[in-house]
Design a protein around this ligand. Sequence first.
Ligand SMILES: Nc1nc2c([nH]c(=O)n2[C@H]2C[C@H](O)[C@@H](COP(=O)(O)OP(=O)(O)OP(=O)(O)O)O2)c(=O)[nH]1
Ligand SMILES: [Mg+2]
Length: 134
Amino acid sequence: MTDKQVHVAVGVIERNGHIFLTRRAAHQHQGNKWEFPGGKCEPGETVAQALARELSEELAITVHDCSPLLVVCHDYGDKQVKLDVHWVRDFDGEPQSQEGLEGRWVLASVLPDYDFPAANVAIVEQVVAQLLAD
Ligand SMILES: Nc1nc2c([nH]c(=O)n2[C@H]2C[C@H](O)[C@@H](COP(=O)(O)OP(=O)(O)OP(=O)(O)O)O2)c(=O)[nH]1
Ligand SMILES: [Mg+2]
């Protein structure tokens, strides 16, 4: 991982075939795009710890367990990201954006219709393929 690369813990929160998405704020990097909730890993944290912290802060849910799905490295030019994507199926609470962002449950089959950051193409493919296989 290079110095400039940002390590991000990303959660695919799934319940009954639906995935919870949030929409990034206009002023943020990749503003107004839909995303799988998550955020940057802090020094000394495991990805699972970072994900649990971010989802508690951003959505007020308690993650009990998560499992690795895939890692996506992407260069946006202005920023390089390493997205460490995990399934989140074992959690308590109803996700609700604590930061005033738009959020919604989306049926997996319509995920390709959403406007995500470029790095998310591979994630969406994996999620749809896995859920159709279930
Ligand atoms: N959470 C998340 N970030 C994504 C996705 N796809 C994608 O390219 N990103 C990028 C956008 C950002 O450059 C980076 C996430 O960093 P961030 O700035 O939102 O992290 P954070 O939640 O810790 O935010 P902050 O504390 O800096 O406000 O990863 C995604 O699906 N989910
Ligand atoms: Mg975030």
